[in-house]
Ligand binder design. Structure first.
Ligand SMILES: Nc1ncnc2c1ncn2[C@@H]1O[C@H](COP(=O)(O)OP(=O)(O)OP(=O)(O)O)[C@@H](O)[C@H]1O
Length: 587
């Protein structure tokens, strides 16, 4: 191959040796790629996207790629950038919400006469919570319990049609509160994130001309993490298929861990079973050593035929400690982590992850790490730094300000492009130029890695972010996140000691241990994984009662276990989770 060949062609050569990856890469029609952990699904799909853009889809047509969360968008974007593919000109990479907002609701809702607020203002999570609370009080009295809101959100995603028999037959009070909530949103001139997807679904199912318009712009739509995306997106995909849009979907039903939000692993299997879809299963696991694969199979209802790539044996150790989470964390941090680093001199703390189920375990683990003055990157709801579009951008901007402008590690043009992707509504050329000028001036004036994060971020908010957040409907959820970050960086907040440099390097620095929930660990890989709090009652928890909830707890455990390349340590109190018992039997 010539040295001038595009980067994706070189990476595609890696796929040639794997029959299934090669088949997925070469498929020329609708295709579902069913891929287990570490089987190279992200590698295959990113190379495939690059190929589609270079070889199949002619300008000015584009490819849409939809995935589960902003964190997944970020991961795909960074993998695509390495292949020389830019999100923008030829590719639109987004979450389902963002796709529905920018490709369906904003351009077509008014024309199609859909009853949505005009102008379209997306409710921030705080506004949505408050209106839901009002709706609950009106219909049922008192304050809405947390579980009721979760159940109502799930219901909206599992029965999308308000007038349907299924909706009316629902045996519970959620339907009346949801209807009151949706009315309140409309009366306040707001739409929420689920409302965007439901509106998008209505538009695409009802109007052939909208489906044709989408097909004209996006002849191919790629969907990643399909198992987590739920019924509204599935029906959008079926409508697109009927309209002749080529669909490439990727996912793993065994890694479906968002059932509580309405995800259904069966939808991907149903898509794969359609007559017009070619289905390819990736069976080789490039990440996990043999024992880890064998143990993970014990967690699946139907063990798949995964093989390890290179025959490494790996290690799984189970620790019964007879103590609470904080002491389990002390043991992990003071005994296991140093031992792992000593036995594997090439490893750094960033190669190790401590995984746990919820914030209840995350907080004592973070306190244990603080008490030992360890550096760590924390990813859970208790962390004020979320993996959202704006916070990822802010971290890149912080790295640029703290030296990237000299080293080129983050380029100004990357920052400007990413900012433009967030700030889609500035259409007018002169407004765009002014906004860009403000941004560049602000960034140049805020250079300095030692600046306190609080001062830096307040200045950036005043000079650039406020205006963008006010004008951009798709960023409604970011206002609350930014507020939380600013409060955490203020005096007395948990990030008060943070400088711009420390902030920019969160999650990037090899000397930081990783502390994260199992949900946040999805898609990541580490040399060693230490799972904490695996006692019965936490895993499965008291809330895991139905057969489906118990299966989802197993899948969550499966996701955690399969993040490890070489070593797994499982820690519990005294009554071991039945999931550990299955693993014990398998290893
Ligand atoms: N054909 C290949 N040759 C060599 N290495 C590969 C190949 N395919 C994948 N890999 C490597 O395997 C590892 C896992 O790949 P990737 O991250 O794409 O997996 P994944 O299927 O997306 O995993 P998960 O679903 O668990 O997130 C990566 O380090 C990747 O570079």
């Amino acid at each position: 191959m010539s040295a001038l060949a595009p980067p994706y062609l070189k990476v595609a050569e890696d796929l040639r040796g794997n029959e299934d990856q090669w088949r997925a890469y070469r498929s020329s029609g609708n295709c579902v790629i069913l891929a287990g952990p570490g089987s190279g699904k992200t590698k295959t799909i990113t190379v495939k996207i690059a190929q589609l853009i270079a070889e199949d889809v002619r300008r000015p047509r584009r490819i849409a790629c939809i995935t589960y969360s902003n964190a997944c968008v970020g991961e795909l974007r960074s993998r695509l950038t390495k292949l020389g593919v830019d999100d923008g000109d030829r590719l639109s990479l987004s979450t389902v919400h963002s796709f529905c907002l920018t490709e369906l609701v904003l351009p077509y809702a008014a024309m199609a006469g859909l009853d949505v607020p005009n102008p379209l203002v997306v409710a921030s999570p705080r506004q949505a919570r408050s209106l839901f609370g009002d709706a609950y009080r009106r219909q049922l009295g008192g304050n809405a319990p947390g579980w009721f809101r979760i159940a109502s959100d799930k219901l909206r995603r599992t029965i999308p049609d308000r007038g349907s028999d299924e909706w009316h037959a629902w045996d519970g009070r959620e339907t009346e509160v949801v209807e009151a909530y949706e009315t309140l949103l409309l009366q306040n001139g707001l739409i929420d994130f689920d409302g965007l997807v439901l509106a998008g679904l209505q538009l695409i199912e009802k109007h052939e001309w909208i489906r044709r318009a989408i097909r004209a712009k996006y002849p191919v739509v790629v969907i990643d993490e399909y198992q987590d995306l739920g019924l509204p997106l599935h029906r959008i995909v079926l409508a697109l298929l009927r309209a002749g849009v080529r669909i490439v979907a990727v996912g793993d039903p065994d890694q479906s861990i968002y059932g509580f939000t309405g995800a259904q692993p069966g939808l991907l299997r149903a898509l794969a079973g359609l007559r017009q879809m070619e289905s390819v299963a990736l069976k080789l696991n490039y990440r996990c050593a043999d024992r880890i694969i064998a143990a993970s199979m014990a967690l699946l209802p139907e063990p798949a035929e995964f093989q390890s790539h290179d025959g490494r044996s790996g290690e799984i150790q189970i620790h019964r400690l007879e103590c609470g989470i904080r002491e389990q964390a002390d043991y992990a941090l003071q005994m296991l982590v140093p031992a792992l680093l000593k036995a594997n001199p090439s490893w750094v703390p960033g190669d190790i992850a401590l995984l746990y189920r919820t914030l209840n375990e995350g907080s004592p683990i973070a306190q244990a790490a603080d008490a030992l003055s360890l550096r760590y990157f924390r990813l859970d709801n208790g962390s004020p730094i979320k993996r959202t579009r704006l916070s990822e951008w802010l971290m890149d901007a912080a790295r640029w300000c703290s030296g990237g402008w000299q080293t080129g590690e983050v380029s100004l043009s990357q920052l400007l492009k990413a900012w433009r992707r967030m700030y889609r509504s500035v259409m007018n050329e002169s407004e765009l130029l002014t906004a860009r000028k403000h941004l560049i001036t602000a960034l140049f004036s805020l250079r300095g890695g030692a600046l306190p994060l609080h001062r830096w971020i307040l200045a950036l908010r005043r000079d650039v972010l406020n205006e963008m957040l006010e004008q951009e409907p798709g960023l409604a959820d970011e206002k609350d996140n930014l507020e939380e970050l600013i409060n955490a960086a203020a005096k007395g907040g948990i990030l008060q000691g943070f400088t711009v440099e420390i902030f920019g390097n969160q999650g990037k620095s090899p000397d930081q241990l990783n502390l994260m929930t199992l949900h946040s660990s999805k898609g990541l890989e580490f040399q060693a994984v230490i799972m904490i709090g695996l006692e019965n009652g936490v895993f499965p928890s008291g809330f895991d009662r139905t057969d489906e909830q118990l299966k989802e707890a197993s899948r969550l455990f499966y996701v955690g276990l399969t993040r490890a390349k070489t070593q797994v340590h499982l820690i519990y109190d005294s009554v071991e989770s039945p999931l550990i018992t299955s693993i014990r039997a398998a290893t």
